[in-house]
Structure formats: C-alpha cells, structure tokens
Design a protein around this ligand. Structure first.
Ligand code: PLP
Length: 397
C-alpha cells in the first residue's frame, strides 16, 4: 500500500493512545485510576454554555469569517493588552483557530518550508515535534536538565542551531514539567533568537494556571522580539473547554495571512456558536471567578499530592514542586526502571495510568507525568496506589 513516507516518522500521540487504553480497560469493567489526562475535570463554566446555547438558538450555525468573528478577535486583542501590555491588531494580527494545536499547526505552516529545522526543548509536549515532522521539517531537540527546571541553557540552544533553523518553540508554563520560565531566562531566549534571526513560537496555553506568586511573562512583551513571536493560546485549559476546540494565534500580519490559508483549507472557520461561547469566556465576570477557583483547586491538589509523596515515599520517588499548569513530574530516577516500563506495569498490575516521561523526549526519561486535573479523591487514591505498588517491588538500589 502506498503511504505518506513523512507520516512514518510521526508517532501516534502517546497520551491519546493511553487514554484510549484506559477507556478499553474501563469498558472491560476494570476500575482504572486515571492520572494521565490533560483535560480539566471541571465542567465548562455555566455562562459559557449558556452563551453557546443562545448562539445556537440565534442561528449561528453557518459558515462565518475565516479569521474569526470580529468581536472575538477584538476581545482577544483587548485581553492581550490588558494582561500583558501587548498590541495586536484584531483586523490583521489575530486568527481564531480550532484549539491551541491548530493554532500551532497554522503557525508552523506559515513559516516552515520543507527540510527546514525548528528547535524544540527536550522534554516537550510531543505534538510540538510531531507537527514539524508532519510538515516536512526537522525537529531538533535541545537538551535540558532537571537542575535548571528543564529549561535548555543558552549553550544548548547555540549548539543546536544551524543555517537551516527557522524557529524555536517555547512553552511556559510547561507541559509536562510544570515549570514556569523566568523573565530573565526568556530574555536570554529572545537574545538568542535575535542573534540567529529565528521566529519564536510561544505556546502559552497554560498561562492562567500559575501557583504561589508565579508570574507569566508573555513572550510578545519583549518589544525587541515582537515581530518574531507567534503566540499560540487556547480556551481549553483556562476555561475547561477542551471539547469546544477553540484557540488563537497572534502574530504579525504577514504571518497571520499565511496561517489563514492553512486554516481556511483545513477547517474553513471555527464554529460561530463556539466563538460566541469563547467571547463570553473572555468577558464574563462569573467566568473569571470560576477560573480563579479552578486554579486554586489545582494548587491545593498539587500541595496534597506533594504532601503524600513526601510523607510516604520510602523507595525514593522525588517530586519537583510545579509552578504552573496541572501536572506533577515525578522523579523515579533512583529506582532505575525505565519510565515506560514503570508506567506500563503500574497500569497492568495496579490499574493506575500515568504518562512515562520518555514520551516527551530523552531528557524526560526517569520521570513520570501525573495530572492534577482530576478529583482530589482520584489523585489521593492514585498516588497512594502508586506508592503501594512501588513499595511492593524489589528495587536494586
Ligand atoms: C503545551 C500544550 N500546547 C497546546 C495544547 C493544545 O490544546 P488545545 O488544542 O486543546 O487547545 C496542549 C494540550 O494538551 C498542550 O499541553
């Protein structure tokens, strides 16, 4: 059978495959404790649902503006200005997309030609590399260390760049590590990009999920980098709207008009009633209050999980206190078992699903991603069960 060669090098999403496996096990009547998800357990706030319902009743069920409804682009532009002090022209510099993943896909389409390279930190959310491969480019993995919160050092960026490199990807707050980049670090990344004339694709989909006194620095807020930034964001994580499939790209007009072509020829436009729901998400005070409550719960859950891990871990599982997003990156290096084997055995033998760090890159090996986007009961049962299982094993250390 003739198949696209390029796709042979693209892996199926490991987390989606894992979620499918968990569904299968549940269908077999097994009680699986699912700690692998990146999907908030909270319902989408009520006013958002009502806004969509109203839009459906108003007949917004047809094709609409392919850049996105003007009022939504206006609201996104205002939000970017209010929160980060950055100006994006709603007429020409914002594209409403079908989720963050589609914003990323359109962004890359706009700047990447066949055979060109994009630098991606290792570890990283796997889609960052896979879309590059899908488009006939080459993802170059830039190594990082846990000691630097998994942010590649400038030397590592420098060693990975080549004349074929057109862009780098940065994702703060980070999936899978939960780390948040400092302003100082991001400035170094901007300097590096300026030196090599690279675009920066900044995936900021977790920008609202921050803990303690962390601050999100929007990449576009560095004036010297504004024209090289392709800002990817989404309603999925902040507003518990993963199933609605809506996000956006903000970038200079020349890039957005290229990205628009990629969007028109893949989705035509985002459903207008979904866009009305997103508009409500940005404007409604009750939604803002609901978001604050969700973020507070993610933080409480993180603290609860950390407490259990610290009190109980006899076998030497360490954990870094995540600063944002809704993941914990457990350090299982001392156990000496590959993360893939650990996660597989934990699922088969204890019916607890986690994501092995190795799916995020070689530097994720020795770690396990656990979600806090599920209920307190599930997190507690899952962490306790994971520790029970680990305690019951013979470790060679
Ligand atoms: C880092 C990162 N970027 C983008 C996305 C895409 O989210 P969506 O397409 O639902 O907006 C995800 C989803 O897990 C993610 O973790």
């Amino acid at each position: 059978m003739r198949l696209n060669q390029k796709l042979q090098a693209v892996w199926e999403s490991a987390t989606v495959a894992l979620a499918d496996r968990v569904r299968e096990l549940k269908a077999e009547g097994k009680h699986v404790i699912a700690l692998q998800t990146g999907d908030p357990d909270f319902p989408t706030p009520e006013p958002i649902v009502e806004a969509a319902y109203q839009a459906l009743k108003d007949g917004l069920t047809h094709y609409s503006n392919s850049r996105g409804l003007p009022e939504l682009r206006e609201a996104i532009s205002q939000k970017l200005f209010q929160e980060h002090g950055v100006h994006y022209d709603p007429g020409a510099e914002i594209l409403v997309t079908s989720g963050g993943v589609h914003a990323y896909f359109c962004a890359l389409n706009a700047i990447l030609s066949l055979g060109e390279e994009v630098l991606v930190p290792d570890p990283a959310w796997m889609t960052h590399s896979n879309v590059i491969t899908l488009l006939g480019g080459k993802a170059k993995h830039v190594p990082s260390e846990p000691e630097n919160d998994f942010w590649p050092k400038v030397d590592a960026w420098e060693e990975s760049v080549s004349p074929k490199t057109v862009a780098l990807v940065i994702n703060s707050p980070n999936n899978p590590t939960g780390s948040v980049a400092t302003e100082d670090y991001l400035r170094k990344v901007v300097d590096f990009a300026n030196r090599h004339d690279l675009h920066i694709i900044s995936d900021e989909v977790y920008n609202a999920i921050l803990f303690d006194s962390q601050r999100h620095v929007c990449m576009a807020s560095f004036p010297e980098a504004r024209d090289r930034i392709l800002l990817v964001n989404s309603f999925s994580k902040t507003y518990a709207m993963t199933g609605w499939r809506i996000g956006y790209l903000a970038a200079p007009a020349a890039i957005v008009s290229q990205a628009l072509k990629a969007s028109q020829h893949t989705i035509t436009n985002v459903s207008p009633f979904v866009q009305k729901a997103a508009l409500c998400a940005l404007n409604d005070a009750d939604v803002a209050a609901a978001v604050s409550k969700m973020v507070a719960r993610y933080q409480q859950r993180r603290d609860m999980a950390l407490k259990i891990l610290k009190e109980r871990s006899r076998v030497g599982i360490d954990v870094v206190k995540s600063k944002g997003a809704f993941y914990l990156f457990l350090d299982i290096r001392k156990l000496g078992m590959p993360s893939n084997t650990f996660a597989k055995r934990l699922l088969d033998e204890a019916l607890i699903s986690t994501v092995p760090g190795s799916v995020y890159g070689v530097c994720g090996e020795g770690f396990l991603r656990v979600t806090t986007a599920t209920s307190e009961e599930v997190i507690e049962a899952g962490i306790q069960g994971l520790l029970d299982w680990a305690d019951s094993q013979e470790w060679g250390n």
